[in-house]
Write a protein that binds this ligand. Structure first.
Ligand code: SF4
Length: 249
C-alpha cells in the first residue's frame, strides 16, 4: 500500500485533489481509502447516536443509512488508522494531519509552515496564478490531465508502507522508516522481508498481506489440507478459478 498525504489549510483544494486522485485510481482497478482530519466537527458530545455509544464505552458505532454506513471508531491516532488500512488498499490518501511527517503534496496558495516535516513531493494549487513556486519546488496547477499524470508518477515512486508493527527492528518506527525510504529503491521493512511465506495473487496481481494475515492463511490452509490423503510438507500452491458472470455467459 502506498500512502500519500495531502496537506494544506482549509479550502486549499485538498479534498478536490483527493477526489480526483481516487476517481482516477479506481478507474484503473486500484482500491483506495482516504483518512481525513476534520477539525472541530466531530467530538464526543454525547448528543449524536453514534457518539452516545462511544461515550458508553463501545469501541465502534456503525450507523446504517440508505445502504451507506457511517462508522465512528475509537482510535489511537494516525498510525492506528494507517495500520487498519494496511493489506486492504493499494492507495491510502491522508488528508490533513499536516503535523505528521508523511510524504506530502502541499496544497493551496499559502506557504507550507512545516517545511522541515515530511518529504515535500510537490505543491498544488487549484488556482495556478496565485502562488509562485519556490526554487526547486515541483508545482502542480489545476486539476487537469498534466497534474493528475504527475501525481500518478509521484504515487508510483513511493515505497510500499511497512508492516505497521512499530516494532523497532529497523531501528526506528514505521512512519520514519517509510519517510526515509522515499526515493530509495529496494528498501524493505525487515518484518515484511522476513514474513513472505504466503503469497496470494488475483488475476496475476499480488495482494498485500500483513504478516499476521499470512500466518493466519498458512495455518488455516495447512490445518485443513493435512487431514487429506496424500498431503505432505512442502510448498503448497492452490489455484482457484472463480468464474465471473461474464465467463458463464
Ligand atoms: S521493522 Fe518494519 S514494522 Fe518494525 S518498526 Fe521498522 S518499519 Fe515498522
Amino acid at each position: 500500500m502506498k500512502v500519500l498525504q495531502l496537506a494544506g489549510y482549509k479550502k486549499s483544494g485538498k479534498t478536490a485533489l483527493a477526489q480526483a486522485i481516487v476517481a482516477r485510481a479506481v478507474k484503473r482497478g486500484k482500491s483506495c481509502a482516504v483518512i481525513k482530519n476534520i477539525h472541530g466537527e466531530l467530538g464526543l458530545t454525547g448528543k449524536d447516536d453514534g457518539e452516545r455509544f462511544l461515550v458508553a464505552g463501545a469501541r465502534e458505532a456503525i450507523l446504517f443509512r440508505n445502504g451507506l454506513t457511517d462508522t465512528l471508531t475509537m482510535t489511537e491516532g494516525l498510525m492506528d488508522l494507517i495500520r487498519k488500512a494496511l493489506g486492504r488498499y493499494d492507495l491510502l490518501i491522508v488528508e490533513g494531519f499536516k503535523e505528521s511527517g508523511l510524504p506530502r503534496i502541499w496544497c493551496g496558495e499559502k506557504e507550507n509552515p512545516d517545511e522541515e516535516k515530511g518529504v515535500l513531493l510537490a505543491c498544488f494549487s487549484l488556482n495556478p496564478d496565485k502562488r509562485e513556486p519556490k526554487k526547486g519546488e515541483k508545482c502542480l496547477k489545476g486539476l487537469g490531465e498534466e497534474t493528475l499524470a504527475a501525481v500518478d508518477r509521484l504515487i508510483e515512486s513511493l515505497p510500499p508502507f511497512p508492516a505497521g508493527l512499530d516494532c523497532g527492528l529497523c531501528g526506528s518506527d514505521c512512519l520514519d522508516f517509510y519517510c526515509r525510504g522515499i526515493g530509495k529503491k529496494g528498501r524493505v521493512c525487515p518484518v515484511q522481508e522476513k514474513e513472505k511465506s504466503v503469497t496470494v495473487t488475483v488475476n496475476a496481481k499480488e495482494l498485500t498481506l500483513m504478516p499476521f494475515v499470512q500466518s493466519l492463511f498458512r495455518e488455516t490452509v495447512k490445518g485443513f489440507l493435512k487431514e487429506l490423503k496424500g498431503y505432505e510438507e512442502g510448498t503448497l500452491e492452490i489455484t482457484i478459478h472463480h468464474q465471473t458472470k461474464e465467463d458463464k455467459k
